[in-house]
Design a protein around this ligand. Structure first.
Ligand code: HEM
Length: 440
């Protein structure tokens, strides 16, 4: 199946969100020759000085987005448009356009699909003042409330929602071991392995403590991708270490934590801060953190720590993890072995096809809007979109197989309960249905 990016019609939305995966060799870059002080220095002077978020500013589970808001690279209110968020991720941290677009598309589960600029709250629900009538009845939830849509269990530093009733507050006890590992070895060469180890530990912890732990196919992949952002985007790519360095002080600053003389680690909401002298990844496309780099990193994570490839969940009590039979779930299209094939094309295609199956309403609804948005994304990021070939197709999945997992089932009602009772606006709207109606 050949997928052409930026086709105007049909289910091409997520295709637009991916670059061509190249060979693993593309990940073996050498940044030494291309350090560029002017291009890589993150300028945090006014108007991008750090200002701690106020109580009415939205902040959520993503330290990257929180830091962008605290520096005014996106609105300091924490509510900004799809394009601005993608552009800021690309320009400030050099997250590739494809990766940031894909993240922002998933983020739209907490966003406002009735507004052509596709505003998204990076945290709590946005104010309903000024929202069109239908959204007052079914307001955007904000990223914080996208559990099992985007936000998921076993995060690097956040607790599982059904374990702590809070999955956006940083828990120092989860960050501490990660800091310890990077303190012991801050070289970039091992940074993926270290975060992978931590990710594996967090999954084991969730299995051991959270009876409602759920790690479906989407959650497993989101968990891997978001974990890998820390070493790849929070590292300091300075002249001295142009290939990157896991600056523990930098990591703490961007995560918004400080250490008291007693050694106690404290997180303060809205304090995620980019250090005064810090360097982003180099600018050329192949150095940006995008699919040609992400896919090999994910494969490396799975190879070294196979438990990070766990798809399934607990059955209501701790330590009852029951794997999902991926072959049966995908009607034979993919097995776990297929996902691990070198190059990552199966992984990319599986994710792309799965998202199209699971999120048809979201994709269908925003396709027209996003055609325009993508043109704008390409303009502001000078991004290049391309094509990729999927060796195999997947047309349907057996969603009922997920009902054996109580953590999944518990996350479903919120989408239905939040629906307005009067849905007459749906027929009038070009969107057709509420964003909150989308089953994931
Ligand atoms: C459109 C852009 C983005 C969106 C919508 C987004 C959204 C999210 C969400 C929902 C999570 C929570 C996932 C979970 O529950 O485990 C998350 C986690 C994370 N994000 Fe982002 N993100 C974006 C861009 C970025 C960028 C640019 C960075 C880094 C510079 C970043 C770094 C991270 C990290 C490190 C985590 C793991 C947090 C932890 O548990 O410690 N994200 N992101």
């Amino acid at each position: 199946m050949r997928v052409l990016f930026l086709l105007a019609a049909g289910n091409t939305l997520l295709a637009s969100a991916f670059f061509i995966p190249s060979t693993d060799a593309a990940a073996q870059r050498n940044f030494n020759t291309i350090f560029d002080e002017a291009d890589q220095r993150i300028l945090v002077a006014p108007p991008h000085q750090f200002i701690q978020a106020g109580p009415n500013d939205r902040r959520g589970p993503c330290p990257g987005l929180n830091s962008l808001a605290n520096h005014g690279f996106i609105s300091r209110t924490g509510v900004d448009s799809f394009v601005n968020i993608v552009a800021a991720c690309n320009q400030v941290y050099r997250m590739g356009t494809a990766a940031s677009t894909a993240a922002a598309v998933l983020g739209m589960f907490g966003g406002n699909l009735l507004d052509p600029t596709l505003p998204l709250s990076i945290g709590e629900p946005p104010s309903i003042i000024g929202l069109p009538g239908p959204l007052v009845a079914a307001p955007p939830t904000g990223l914080t409330n996208t559990h099992n849509q985007f936000e998921c269990d076993a995060s690097l530093t956040r607790c599982d929602l059904y374990l702590c009733n809070d999955s956006h507050t940083l828990q120092p006890k989860y960050l501490e071991p990660l800091l310890d590992m990077y303190t012991a070895d801050p070289s970039i060469a091992n940074s993926v392995a270290i975060v992978s180890q931590h990710h594996a530990n967090r999954i084991a912890d969730s299995i051991a403590n959270n009876g409602l732990f759920f790690f479906g196919p989407v959650q497993m992949i989101v968990g891997a991708f978001t974990a890998l952002q820390a070493p790849s985007l929070f590292a300091n790519y300075s002249a001295e270490q142009p290939e990157g360095f896991m600056s523990v002080a930098g990591l703490m600053s961007i995560y918004g934590v400080s250490r008291a003389a007693s050694g106690t680690l404290t997180w303060t909401r809205g304090s995620e801060r980019i250090p005064d002298v810090y360097y982003r990844r180099p600018g050329p496309l192949l150095n940006q953190w995008d699919m040609p780099i992400i896919l090999p990193q994910v494969l490396q994570m799975w190879a070294q720590f196979p438990e990070t490839l766990s798809i399934g969940g607990n059955l209501g009590t701790p330590n009852t993890f029951f794997p999902l039979d991926l072959g049966a779930f995908t009607n034979g299209s993919y097995t776990l072995d297929d996902l691990q094939k070198p190059g990552g094309i199966n992984l990319l295609c599986f994710l792309y096809q799965l998202v199209q199956i699971l999120f048809p309403a979201l994709l269908g609804n925003v396709d027209d809007l996003l055609a325009g948005v993508f043109a704008e994304v390409g303009r502001v990021t000078e991004g290049v979109l391309g094509t990729f070939d999927c060796p195999r197709s997947m047309d349907a999945v057996n969603m009922t197989m997920l009902n054996q997992y109580p953590g999944w089932v518990k996350s479903l009602p919120k989408t239905k309960a939040a629906l307005p009772t009067d849905q007459s606006y749906m027929q009038q709207s070009h969107l057709g249905r509420s964003p909150l109606e989308v089953p994931v």
